[in-house]
Design a protein around this ligand. Structure first.
Ligand SMILES: *Cc1c(COP(=O)(O)O)cnc(C)c1O
Length: 229
């Protein structure tokens, strides 16, 4: 089932890239495996997946220990400062940086462990109260402040669009995130690139790709519904 789902999702991604006249491989898939057992992740691994997304530090670390070492783990969930230290060296990319204090903590822990950490700035484009992330307006100044930290590299932006039955309703948010990335690129801030746009989930990844997503984060479409029991 997972194997078939992956083929289906990857086909949709390829078509969306083609329809948008973007280069082959312009958007890649992160398999969002939160709450799912390692056995299911291994099925995806065996079908070729190497990018996995988790939203809890402890779960990411446990799966990291149990799974092959060529996996790229993406931290996509809200991150508490006291958990940062466990992630360093395990997550290749932290998608969910939304405050200077959190960035400072990541920088401090990276420094301690003699490394640098790649991050994205999380933007709450739709300004939903239930979601983390800075507003579109606040993002540029946060980028400039975080860019001064020596052990952090800003690689782009991430957004979680509202839940909707009609993915077209989220097109405006994806477009705004892309425009923001272009505006920030124009400022030419040292230590900042805007190569990555992490946007689009099971319900709306094709629309996100047509607006410039470089990573889509798909969970349900690969592993089925989550059961939080
Ligand atoms: C759970 C989650 C996803 C995947 O959502 P689906 O709708 O299951 O594809 C993507 N991004 C984030 C940040 C998530 O927490």
């Amino acid at each position: 089932m997972i194997h078939d789902n992956l083929i289906h999702v990857q086909n949709n991604i390829n078509h969306a890239i083609e329809n948008a006249n973007r280069p082959k491989g312009a958007a890649s898939l992160i398999a969002v495996s939160k709450t799912k057992p390692v056995s299911m992740l291994m099925e995806a691994y065996e079908a070729g997946i190497r990018d996995f997304g988790e939203n809890k530090v402890q779960e990411l670390c446990e799966k990291y220990e149990q799974m092959p070492k060529d996996i790229r783990w993406h931290m996509i969930g809200h991150l508490q400062r006291n958990k940062v230290k466990y992630l360093i060296g395990k997550a290749v990319l932290i998608h969910s940086v939304d405050s200077l204090r959190l960035a400072e903590e990541i920088n401090k822990e990276a420094q301690k462990q003699n490394t640098c950490v790649d991050i994205l700035i999380e933007v709450n484009a739709a300004e939903e109260d239930s979601k983390f992330g800075v507003s579109l307006q606040e993002a540029p100044s946060l980028v400039e402040a975080v860019a001064k930290l020596p052990c952090i590299r800003i690689k782009g932006l991430m957004t979680i669009a509202p839940y909707t039955e009609n993915p077209e309703e989220n097109r405006k948010y994806f477009r705004q995130l892309k425009e923001l990335s272009v505006d920030i690129t124009r400022k030419n801030v040292d230590n900042v690139s805007m190569d990555i746009l992490s946007m689009g989930m099971t319900g709306d990844y094709e629309v996100a790709i047509s607006e410039g997503a470089t990573y889509v984060r798909v969970g349900t479409g690969i592993f089925g519904e989550r059961n939080y029991g």
